[in-house]
Design a protein around this ligand. Structure first.
Ligand code: ITT
Length: 226
């Protein structure tokens, strides 16, 4: 199934492509996609807005295809859950990612609790307009400085205790085995699989009914003849 991804973030797109590599979903980008305006309260609302705006734009051009959007963020306990839904613009759009990470690390200079979590909401709309949502998070903490070169955005300062490395010190396969995005994607693929199975079941039921009707027609035929 062809799926257009509503994102302008190459790091996300790369991970989403790897996460769907063995599935039936073939991710594409729509070069004309422009980021939908995002609110500041809900990942779910933002993910839905991104997916719906891309779908509307594709439909307006006569393209009937599935779409996928990801809204995610980093929540730091000592900052009352900030930057959260505002993660992409934390500290101002003019900051580089190195500056944004340094700002956040600086804000925790006296914090005793450095715990944090990444959150991800995926919003998928199939080619018929049915909508699916998957939500996940992963727990960790904020490092004292950048560590590692992999990943993107906040990955160099997100410490993942079970592997004793930052997300930017993990290979993409390792991050994709444990991340918020990976867990949300596996939930989404399960929902899509369940829904496909239900569809097959109902087709199967329909087929059985058809056969039953035909069979009763056939079996009643000799009686009618008799
Ligand atoms: P799109 O909306 O175009 O997809 P975006 O970068 O604006 O791209 P969001 O609005 O979802 O994405 O903002 C989430 C921010 O949280 C994103 O910019 C990243 O900086 C950060 N983030 C989310 N997941 C991350 C991850 O796995 N590693 C590092 N940073 C992440």
């Amino acid at each position: 199934m062809l799926v257009y991804v509503a994102t302008t973030n190459p790091g996300k797109l790369h991970e989403l492509r790897e996460l769907t590599a063995g599935s039936d979903l073939h991710l594409m980008v729509d070069e004309t996609y422009e980021a939908a305006p995002e609110g500041d309260t809900s990942y779910a609302d933002n993910a839905a807005a991104k997916a719906r705006s891309l779908r509307a734009s594709l439909l307006a051009r006569g393209i009937h295809a599935a779409v996928l959007a990801d809204d995610s963020g980093l929540e730091v306990a000592a900052l009352n859950g900030q930057p959260g839904v505002l993660s992409a613009r934390y500290g101002g759009e003019q900051l580089s990612w190195a500056e944004r990470r340094a700002l956040l690390v600086g804000e925790l200079s006296t914090a005793t609790d450095r715990s944090a979590r990444f959150v991800c909401v995926l919003h998928f709309i199939d080619e018929h307009g049915a909508e699916f949502v998957a939500h996940a998070s992963v727990e960790g903490s904020i490092t004292l400085e950048d560590r590692g070169e992999q990943g993107f955005s906040y990955d160099p300062i997100f410490w993942y205790p079970p592997l004793q490395r930052s997300f930017a010190e993990l290979r993409i396969r390792e991050k994709n085995a444990v991340s918020h995005r990976a867990i949300a994607m596996s939930k989404l693929l399960i929902s899509l699989g369940d829904s496909e199975e239900r569809e097959n079941m109902s087709t199967h039921e329909h087929w059985r009914d058809t056969v039953r009707i035909n069979a009763s027609h056939i079996s009643s035929a000799p009686e009618q003849n008799a």
